[in-house]
Write a protein that binds this ligand. Structure first.
Ligand SMILES: Nc1ncnc2c1ncn2[C@@H]1O[C@H](COP(=O)(O)OP(=O)(O)OP(=O)(O)O)[C@@H](O)[C@H]1O
Ligand SMILES: [Mg+2]
Length: 257
């Protein structure tokens, strides 16, 4: 009997020690998680700002290269000013998304959001042999933070363009309103996604893009993570369908407001 009591005591001691260690490990894990989130946040900020800096530089270059063409210079400078204002709005809105702050949503017209995104990308898709087919009703709108939703569209459009490199193809943007939902589809006829990658698309830092891939750049693997984050904060969902070699379709479903 005394032996049993002795054993029980030592077991209890062991359990207490384990519980204490477990608590310490949990605290360390929480700290590491915060640091990891901070790393992801900085990477996302850099990623989104980079998306906008590239066309910004291109517009400024157009103005510099064509001083005699005042009309063109004027237009390029207007776009430069517009894009730099957007860069600071984007910065604010990214920080709001990642900090979980709610920014007031307002009814946005999808066509207008798209016009601004294409103007911001500032690239003639025809040059990449990409034909843009848009079927978006004029007045279709939904509650959104405009600058955030533009980032969603921009990331999906840039991914679609890269997926169709170098051959080109069709970038489709379709939207419909069904009862209390707005459904937006962004599709391409590009390389498609291998089955084994489908479940990893929204993982931070997952990318198949390397310098050798047709996109010719190393992907940060943050575009879709950020899209998902924004869509979640709009109480929506994002789904993907893809067939390797044939193309991909991202479907966003949002409350119509
Ligand atoms: N339209 C698409 N067609 C084919 N693959 C896609 C498409 N969109 C995304 N992917 C796949 O999902 C991965 C993750 O996309 P995501 O936008 O998050 O990162 P990325 O484009 O690789 O890099 P970056 O963060 O710099 O945009 C891509 O590397 C690619 O493998
Ligand atoms: Mg991307």
């Amino acid at each position: 009997m005394p032996q049993l009591i002795q054993k029980r005591r030592s077991l209890n001691k062991e359990i207490n020690l384990q519980v204490q260690q477990n608590k310490e490990l949990q605290a360390r894990l929480a700290k590491l998680q915060t640091l990891a989130n901070l790393g992801t946040i900085s990477a996302i900020v850099a990623h989104e700002i980079n998306n906008i800096l590239m066309p910004l530089g291109n517009y400024a270059q157009v103005a510099l290269n064509n001083p005699q063409d005042t009309q063109l210079t004027q237009k390029a400078l207007q776009k430069t000013v517009y894009n730099s204002a957007r860069a600071s709005e984007i910065l604010e809105s990214i920080l709001a998304v990642v900090n979980g702050e709610a920014i007031e949503k307002k009814i946005c017209r999808l066509q207008q959001l798209l016009e601004e995104v294409f103007s911001c990308i500032g690239r003639d898709f025809g040059k990449d042999c990409v034909k843009v087919k848009m079927e978006v009703p004029d007045e279709l709108g939904f509650p959104a933070v405009p600058v955030q939703f533009q980032q969603v569209l921009m990331n999906l459009i840039l991914n679609a363009r890269e997926a169709m490199m170098p051959r080109g193809g069709i970038l489709g943007i379709n939207a419909t309103k069904e009862q209390d939902k707005v459904i937006i589809e962004v599709s391409d006829t590009g390389c498609g996604i291998e089955l084994e990658n489908m479940s990893r698309l929204f993982e931070p830092f997952f990318s198949t893009k390397t310098l050798q891939s047709p996109a010719g750049r190393v992907g940060a693997g943050l575009g879709l993570v950020f899209c998902k984050e924004i869509i979640d904060s709009h109480e929506g969902t994002i789904d993907v369908q893809s067939e390797p070699g044939k193309g991909t379709k991202f479907t966003i479903t949002l409350p119509a407001g």
